[in-house]
Design a binder for this molecule. Sequence first.
Ligand SMILES: Cc1cc2nc3c(=O)[nH]c(=O)nc-3n(C[C@H](O)[C@H](O)[C@H](O)COP(=O)(O)OP(=O)(O)OC[C@H]3O[C@@H](n4cnc5c(N)ncnc54)[C@H](O)[C@@H]3O)c2cc1C
Length: 330
Amino acid sequence: MSSTIDPSKSRAYLVGGGIASLATAAYLIRDGRLPGQAISVFEESDQTGGSLDAHGNPEQGYVMRGGRMFDEEAYTCTFDLLSFIPALNDPGKTVKDEFFEFNETFRSHSRSRLVENGRKVDLSSHGFTTRDRIDLIELMMRSEDSLGTRRIDECFQAAFFDTNFWFMWCTTFAFQPWHSAVEFKRYMLRFIQEFPRIETLAGVRRTPYNQYDSIVRPLVIWLTSQGVRFEMNSQVTNLGFRKTGEETTVECIFYTRNGAQLEAAVDANDCVFVTLGSMTADSSLGSMTSAAQLSCTQASGSWALWKTIAAGRPEFGKPSVFADHIEQSL
Ligand SMILES: Cc1cc2nc3c(=O)[nH]c(=O)nc-3n(C[C@H](O)[C@H](O)[C@H](O)COP(=O)(O)OP(=O)(O)OC[C@H]3O[C@@H](n4cnc5c(N)ncnc54)[C@H](O)[C@@H]3O)c2cc1C
């Protein structure tokens, strides 16, 4: 695996069929000038999209494990990606054109963002005290290192969690008081432009269809038309490394498909991109009458590959500050 790509000699191997790999493949073709035929995507399931999925049927119902709220200011990279992918319904348009046309016609504008005891809540104020404002500013200015593993409720007074602002913010971005303060800070900085319009959700954009059909399907169809190979039902179980001087590079990808143990040799000119981990790994589904069960089996390839690589390559160190938490839960 070299640090530069030679379009005439290089191949690219992408582990995981989520949006990270799909976007990587698209940019390798557009900006890296790599022919699509030189790109292989290994996906352990039989579906692309990863956490950005959708499936089902009229009899058993439909499932989307994740849902994104597209914000025009924050999603510049996503819109750049969609600006060169043809729309499925009208190949003369891009997915980005289709998206913006839809949002011109159907604008988000909630007239009743919070309801209490059957009545619309007056949202002319966020409900902050001076102390809340100071705590918010402090959180936004502090470094991630200094926040460390603190929870959100360790950074605010209890009354903050009864403000209009908290109810609107936590229901927009799915936060709980016990979630990470660092993650909360990141969202505050990334979505600060939502402050003046959080009570109407006017900044939130939607895709015309479910997000899988609107984004993943056109992307996969375009990548396939470029020659990208999707190795479905292929779980990558380990990577073989070679060390040359100071450089450690991947020389082999080990994977299983339909019970068979397979290997793909990686040349010095090739590139390997691995999505190590997934926020929907080991997720389970509830129903209208039963809660989802907590699964601690770590059955998915995300966990297995992370554990195998971490165990075999201690010199790589821990992927992030959160690795400690993951390790404790293993
Ligand atoms: C409920 C919910 C709400 C969300 N809301 C937002 C939002 O508003 N805005 C936003 O930007 N993001 C949001 N996200 C996050 C966003 O969906 C994810 O960050 C993104 O989809 C992750 O893409 P990925 O390709 O990195 O990983 P994933 O989509 O997780 O893909 C990883 C893929 O790799 C495969 N895989 C794993 N291990 C192996 C292996 N060893 N071999 C082969 N294949 C393997 C998995 O099967 C999976 O398909 C939300 C997610 C959820 C669940």
